[in-house]
Write a protein that binds this ligand. Structure first.
Ligand SMILES: [Zn+2]
Length: 448
């Protein structure tokens, strides 16, 4: 007895239709499986980069006339040009110097103006996300293949969304590690201290007082995708109404912040200028000290002992002194940078000589990302060799971010984040302001 005779014609039609669909489905699945077997062989194209000079981010000397072989997103070999297999696509950069992609461990890409403390009130989170995306893409084109965003001017989580969009492949952009906000005490560097008490504005920082609020804020930052926790442990140079020589968080608040973040597997960075604030943060177990202006001998000793990284962000002070001395919202920054410049450089010099691990961080946001590379020359002024400065912005920065298993050096097994400059950066570090070639994850982003 047929299905039609039972009055199930429609069901039979559906069954036949489904049978055809099922056959189509099986065919598609078979094709997909076949494609997934064949695809890696097609996708993992071998590319060779050839250049006269190579700074690998690790060795003390530049190496010469080498080829870097890349398969897919990874570096597979470095050697003489003879290692290049036949039919390999060769990117010949001639007399250029190739280096690992640069890593800036202290950026604020959502900032667009000098008066960042109220700028965040003018734009929606969506607008900030779009502008921030453009800013990090511009940084990538300037040679910065990885960035750590260290709290930014969005009440919501735009930097996290930018990172997710890039990670999902929706946009080309640098590799991002994100602290969504800076945690600040009431009246601290993340608060807005210059309005009348009648105003209850949302601050650019996350204002937390007492151990419970600190703990909750740490949990929320991590809940919404933060990779890092940023604490404003002391007052700041750029914010109005607070003193960088004051310690803001209590030892108890610091301890809770670090303990909670550590328990959840997230590292902590501490913005700290005052000597005492630096020491309290190091003792509490933060992974990096940002700025470190008034670092003293005991602080240096503690940082070496604890293996704490230092991100001094030197050049931005000079930028405001020499390039923007009239910036209305940054008069405190200009004044303090001038007053403490020599002391700051001497303290960073002492840290470098003692073996504190120092990483490149520009602290810029809202300006042409080409100037971020001026931090390299500032580190040399503080006491590094040019090669040490380059390592501070490549291998050491990668270690700070715990990404040294994948980036920071040009070595077999690492992701192919490679840049090139036409001159010799060891002779003239400003070459790093004129990057001519950028590759991230084996994909060419910028070519001469
Ligand atoms: Zn900063």
């Amino acid at each position: 007895m047929s299905l039609e005779k039972l009055g199930f014609g429609l069901v039979a039609d559906l069954f036949r239709f489904n049978w055809i669909r099922r056959r189509a489905f099986v065919t598609v699945v078979a094709l997909l499986i076949a494609a997934s077997i064949v695809a890696p062989a097609i996708a993992a194209e071998t590319v060779a980069i050839v250049a006269a000079h190579l700074i690998d981010g690790k060795s003390d000397q530049a190496r010469h006339d080498l080829a870097v072989l890349i398969e897919g997103d990874r570096i597979v070999a470095i050697g003489d040009v003879e290692i290049i297999p036949a039919d390999t696509r060769v990117i010949d950069l001639g007399s250029a110097t190739i280096l690992p992609g640069l890593i800036d461990t202290h950026v604020h890409p959502l900032i667009r103006e000098d008066d960042y403390q109220t700028d965040h009130l003018r734009e929606s989170s969506a607008a900030k996300a779009l502008r921030g995306l453009k800013a990090v893409q511009d940084s990538l084109h300037a040679g910065w293949t990885s960035l750590r965003i260290v709290g930014d001017t969005d009440v919501f989580y735009a930097p996290v969304e930018i990172r997710r969009a890039i990670d999902r492949g929706l946009f080309v952009g640098p590799r991002l590690a994100v602290a969504p906000h800076y945690l600040s005490i009431t009246g601290g560097g993340g608060d807005i201290n210059f309005f009348s008490p009648e105003q209850h504005l949302i601050a650019d920082g996350l204002i937390v007082d007492g151990a419970d609020e600190v703990r909750r804020a740490v949990r929320e930052e991590i809940k919404y995708g933060g990779d890092w926790i940023k604490l404003l442990v002391t007052g700041a140079f750029m914010s109005a109404g607070d003193n960088p020589k004051d310690v803001h968080f209590s030892p108890e608040e610091l301890e809770v912040a670090v303990a909670e973040a550590t328990r959840l597997g997230v590292p902590v960075m501490a913005h700290a200028h005052s000597a005492e604030g630096i020491k309290q943060a190091v003792r509490a177990g933060v992974r990096s000290i940002e700025h470190g202006t008034f670092l003293d001998a005991e602080g240096v000793r503690l940082m070496v002992e604890h293996g704490t990284y230092l991100v001094p962000t030197i050049y931005i002070g000079d930028f405001y002194i020499y390039e923007r001395p009239d910036a209305e919202a940054q008069q405190k920054m200009v004044e303090l940078s001038m007053k403490y410049r020599d002391e700051f450089l001497a303290n960073i010099g002492a840290a470098i000589r003692a073996g504190v691990k120092v990483a490149v961080g520009s602290d810029f946001g809202g300006y042409d990302p080409l100037i971020n590379a001026r931090e390299f020359a500032s580190l040399v002024e503080a006491g590094m060799t040019p090669m040490q400065a380059i390592q501070a912005g490549t291998s050491v920065a990668a270690e700070l971010l715990e990404w040294d298993d994948r980036v920071g050096t040009i070595e077999a097994g690492k992701l192919a984040d490679i840049i090139a400059v036409s001159g010799d950066p060891l002779e003239d570090l400003s070459e790093l302001e004129r990057v001519i070639f950028v590759m991230k994850d084996g994909a060419v982003v910028k070519a001469p």
